[in-house]
Write a protein of this length. Structure first.
Length: 225
């Protein structure tokens, strides 16, 4: 396994660890929430791979290569969320678990994006700036490192707010607001191939996530401690 792939794998480990610590702190470290972590992980991986395949018809053999991962984290977030929601209905879990996943996703991406940098996936557009990194034969914007830095800052904000929210689910909404906004802006450094109204498919998806976050915010339930 390459160094980049090791960092990608470490990102999953970090995310799962943070999820466990956060669930323990909230006294939600039950067998059910453990199942949700596993379901969310599997759903996220499947969602990311399906998103990658739908965008560029990536061969199945390449999709299974961890070095090709991370290109469709949008699919990963949506796939993980859908899988968890279905699992919660099946298990009869009514309490919001989004706040746990918000912390886990931010922490995991902060490490996992470093793997993207060394794997040279999710690379940016060419640049002549001093901040550029050499990848794929050109000096490029360090979009993977920027994504990692944003995720780290977002995790710090979420960790500081984790016990200050009055309603369960608000932390998850803040994560969606922060992540989707950052990804929308970083997309300008990743591609010059707009799809609709000068926006890429990823940016359009981010706008959709922002709209969903506003809906979720209004539906957050009072925290029971």
């Amino acid at each position: 396994m390459s160094f980049g792939s090791s960092l990608t794998a470490l990102g999953f480990v970090v995310g799962i660890t943070v999820y466990y610590l956060a669930s323990k702190e909230r006294k939600m470290d039950t067998e059910g929430t453990g199942y949700l972590a596993l379901v969310g992980l599997v759903g996220g991986v499947i969602g990311a791979k399906l998103g990658q395949w739908s965008l560029d018809a990536t061969p199945v053999a390449l999709m299974l290569d961890p070095r090709s991962g991370g290109r469709t984290i949008l699919g990963g977030v949506l796939g993980g969320w859908l899988a968890v929601e279905l699992a919660k209905k099946y298990l009869g879990i009514r309490r919001s678990t989004g706040d746990l996943f918000a912390l886990a996703l931010a922490a995991g991406e902060a490490v996992g994006r470093l793997g993207c940098h060394f794997n040279q996936c999710c690379y940016g557009l060419p640049t002549n700036g001093l901040w550029g990194v050499t990848q794929h034969g050109a000096l490029r914007f360090p979009t993977q490192l920027l994504s990692s830095a944003v995720a780290l800052v977002l995790f710090g904000v979420l960790w500081g707010l984790r016990n200050r929210m009055q309603r369960e689910g608000q932390l998850f909404c803040i994560y969606l607001f922060g992540w989707a906004t950052a990804r929308f802006l970083l997309e300008f450094l990743r591609t010059n191939d707009p799809l609709i109204l000068g926006l890429t498919l990823a940016q359009i998806s981010c706008l959709g996530i922002l709209a969903l976050a506003m809906v979720f915010w209004k539906q957050c339930k009072i925290t029971k401690r």
